[in-house]
Write a protein that binds this ligand. Structure first.
Ligand code: UDP
Length: 235
């Protein structure tokens, strides 16, 4: 497949057109941002970790009946994906309270959430991804009720599967963000699944093994991303 012009460049990835109208090529970068772009940096080989880990997670999810945009890896930093139309709703799944939930609601950091909490944010850099609810989604015509039902079902299924997978890797899946897209009348899981978009706490020690090492200047950022990838590659 031929890589053609750049369609879009985000904070962590670039999307390129290809000679197939149904496919894009995604290229993962090492650029890291946090706190709404106010903190900027690079994490060496983060692009490689996120590309390879996402590929593995999408392949595992496919076997569980969760369809995603992922088609195949091209190399360490690039993948072929289906050309989905991204739904402008970020879906956040929370098993344990931390991060913005603690800042916003004052709940105890580390509080186990039972039931699991689902949040939606508008995917908008301009408005800093504000929290929205089903009524905003319906009124702003971001997605139909039927699409949101499918998205909710997929998000909970993905959570149940990923919790177990990471538990077996000695990692507690704290929270994560998902994006979905439309493709030929179907809803597909899109974007990435990586230490940039998930929080993992090592079981027993609560060592943070995700982007919080960058956000909070905890050190060993590169090594921790590599360690998570190594664990995932044993699957
Ligand atoms: N997250 C993400 N992209 C975003 C916002 C959040 O991938 O634009 C992920 C984040 O890594 C975490 C979860 O979603 O795993 C919940 O993030 P939270 O709202 O606590 O974000 P914070 O503002 O604390 O980074």
């Amino acid at each position: 497949m031929k890589k053609l012009e750049k369609l879009y460049e985000g904070k962590a990835k670039m999307v390129f057109k290809t000679d197939s109208p149904d496919h894009y090529i995604i290229e993962y970068k090492d650029d890291a941002t946090a706190f709404d772009g106010k903190k900027k940096g690079t994490i060496e080989d983060k692009g490689v970790v996120n590309n390879l880990m996402s590929a593995k997670m999408f392949q595992l999810l496919e076997k569980q009946g969760i369809e995603s945009h992922f088609v195949e890896l091209i190399n360490d930093r690039e993948s072929i994906v289906k050309a989905v139309e991204i739904i402008k709703v970020e879906v956040i799944v929370r098993n344990v309270a931390t991060g913005s939930m603690v800042r916003r609601l004052g709940v105890q950091d580390g509080l186990v959430l039972d039931p699991t909490v689902l949040e939606y944010c508008l995917k908008s850099d301009e408005y800093s991804d504000p929290l929205i609810n089903d009524y905003h989604i319906a009124a702003m015509k971001l997605a139909t009720e039927d699409e949101m039902q499918q998205i909710r079902d997929m998000a909970f299924k993905i959570n149940a599967f990923m919790r177990e997978v990471f538990f077996n890797l000695n990692l507690n899946l704290i929270d994560f963000k998902l994006e979905f897209g439309r493709y030929k009348g179907k809803i597909l899981l899109a974007d990435e699944i990586s230490p940039d978009t998930c929080r993992f706490w090592e079981i027993g020690t609560n060592r943070k093994m995700d982007k919080d090492r960058f956000r909070q200047d905890l050190g060993n950022v590169k090594a921790t991303y590599q360690e998570v990838l190594q664990k995932v590659q044993t699957l």
